[in-house]
Design a protein around this ligand. Structure first.
Ligand SMILES: [Cu+2]
Length: 334
């Protein structure tokens, strides 16, 4: 009898453990207001920015303007989950060296240093990365950071147990980070964009084409480099009043429309949403392959995995959001 109770006990324990693991796998973070500082002036203006006038403390300390260049990325990270997480590292192909930094005062001198154990975001809490504080330091840049462009940034989080110790599991979150010449105005974060991604246009990706990319769909078989088509997907969580996504634009595509896919006489068709995409208050709307999507047509450049595009979303309320959208194939990740 005691042995049976033990076996049942072990079984119950295993079930509990597996439940907690799957709960951790479902960890979802809300990352809003991401941006990175430009290292050059806007196109056409020419030359390097005046480092002293424009750079954030991080960049001045990092010898901005030197040949290899530095920048920093900022954002708000919210953790709506029931367990804490810790941002332990970040990576991007736009920089060889990426560190999570903090800025501290030592003997009245501002210094920045790597966060040895990462940056913890408590359960139900949030942490803001901003100029003069926590930041993702981008060093040994592999490209100029041009205003209006965006970079793809992979954030690696250690999933923690309730007591703050590691669960041994990490989770990568890929975000797009738009590049700005100066710190943006604080914007309301009623709208949260989760898991945004845009389809690569490389030929190798055609095998996984979805309806949006199928030649049968309005003859849009031009997946490929410039002049081709792609689509952006994301989840939009509206924590504010009811609103509508009415338009989108990016310098990566000459023509951008908000589409839906419908069945007409047993034929799948996509068409523009005449009145935009409704975003009911308190709800989450999914843009995904085979459903709502932001159609990118007349591409001005190939969309290469590991890069990102800057997408401006305009809402009926007048809100405008500049969102970085990383280019990668998320098809196998749902
Ligand atoms: Cu479409």
């Amino acid at each position: 009898m005691r042995k049976l109770a033990f076996v049942i006990g072990v079984f119950v324990l295993m079930v509990l453990v597996s439940v907690s693991v799957s709960a951790q796998e479902a960890t979802e973070l809300y990352i809003t207001g991401a941006w990175a500082r430009a290292t050059v002036a806007a196109p056409g203006m020419g030359g390097m920015m005046e480092a002293t006038a424009e750079a954030t403390p991080e960049m001045r300390m990092g010898h901005m303007g030197s040949a290899d260049g530095v920048s920093a990325a900022y954002m708000m990270i919210e953790n709506p989950g029931s367990l804490p997480v810790r941002l332990v590292s970040a990576a991007t192909k736009a920089a060889e060296l990426v560190e999570i930094h903090e800025i501290v005062m030592e003997n009245e001198v501002m210094k920045m240093r790597p966060l040895e154990s990462g940056l913890e975001i408590p359960a139900g809490g949030s942490v803001e990365l901003k100029p003069g504080g926590y930041h993702v330091m981008l060093m040994e840049l592999t490209q100029a950071f041009v205003p209006g462009k965006a970079i793809s940034l992979t954030l690696t989080f250690d999933l923690l147990k309730a007591d703050g110790t590691t669960s041994g599991t990490t989770q990568d979150v890929v975000i797009g980070v738009p590049i700005l010449a100066e710190m943006p105005m604080a914007t309301p974060n009623d709208l949260v964009f989760i898991n945004a991604w845009a389809r690569p246009t490389a030929a190798a990706m055609m095998a996984e084409a979805t309806p949006e990319a199928t030649p049968a769909m309005g003859g849009m078989g031009h997946m490929g480099g410039a002049g081709g088509v792609s689509a952006a997907y994301m989840q939009i969580l509206n924590r504010g009043a009811a609103d509508r996504l009415v338009s989108a634009s990016t310098d990566a595509a000459a023509l951008v429309e908000i589409h839906e896919i419908v069945m007409e006489n047993e034929v799948m068709k996509m068409r523009p949403l005449e009145n935009g995409l409704e975003l009911p208050s308190g709800e989450r709307v999914m843009l995904k392959p085979g459903g709502y999507h932001i159609m990118l047509m007349e591409l001005t450049q190939a969309l290469v995995p590991g890069d990102a595009i800057a997408l401006t979303l305009t809402f009926e309320s007048g809100t405008e959001v500049l969102l970085g959208v990383p280019i990668y194939d998320a098809m196998g990740m749902e």
